[in-house]
Design a protein around this ligand. Structure first.
Ligand code: MG
Ligand code: ZN
Length: 217
């Protein structure tokens, strides 16, 4: 019982900070995307492809969340966009206070799209609101087609699903149709994209959608 109470208090505190973040982002007219997935499904690669195609049209800033290392922030920094790395030192998800503190470190005031790359984890990032406008979940073909059934909260709370690594389909045990059915059974309004960050297939459709929602913010 006491464990449940403590967890609820932690979540209530997080929700209050997330609400303040959301208010701040809205006041500054910044669209925020919380990018979630299991480790190794291609979050940073998608961030790289997105920046490469959109940075001439949209001012992008990135917050990178990792348990250890600033390797991903260095990859993103190579594209000459503002980036702040959060190292959680073991914690398996980002919380709203970490995002608040990371956002303070940006000196630019003209950001239009803030991408928050969460820690690779399909469980708790679903329940920790960061103050974002949307969550986008990536499921790669190498993970099989049953992830929406096993981690429903993540797919229920996301606005879009990116099925990544479609170039590997011939080599893996994954049915795209089954994956889509599983995802839509959990969340019928999910917008679904199929991409390969290696071959670039499907990236343009994702970018078109993202740019349209950022512009209509
Ligand atoms: Mg990463
Ligand atoms: Zn966690």
């Amino acid at each position: 019982m006491s464990i449940i109470t403590i967890e609820r208090k932690v979540l209530e505190k997080n929700e209050a900070i997330a609400a303040a973040n959301r208010k701040k982002f809205k006041e500054r007219n910044i669209f925020t995307m919380n990018l979630v997935s299991s480790p190794g499904s291609g979050k940073t690669s998608l961030v790289e492809r997105t920046i490469a195609k959109s940075k001439s049209k949209i001012k992008i800033a990135v917050i990178e969340g990792d348990v250890q290392t600033d390797l991903d922030a260095k990859r993103v920094e190579a594209f000459n966009v503002p980036v702040v790395q959060i190292i959680t030192s073991g914690a398996c998800h980002l919380e709203a206070n970490l995002v608040r503190d990371a956002f303070e470190k940006f000196s630019d005031n003209d950001t239009e799209l803030l991408i928050i790359e969460n820690v690779g984890n399909l469980v708790c990032p679903a329940t920790y609101d960061l103050g974002e406008d949307i969550k986008v979940v990536i499921a790669s073909t190498t993970e099989g087609d049953d992830k929406p059934l096993k981690y429903p909260a993540m797919f229920r709370n996301s606005s879009a699903l990116i099925i990544n690594k479609i170039d590997l389909l011939p080599y893996v045990n994954c049915s795209i149709e089954q994956l889509k059915r599983n995802a839509l059974a959990i969340n019928p309004s999910l917008k679904i994209f199929q991409t390969s960050c290696t071959t670039d297939e499907g990236i343009d459709k994702w970018i078109e959608w993202l740019e349209s929602i950022v512009k209509s913010r």
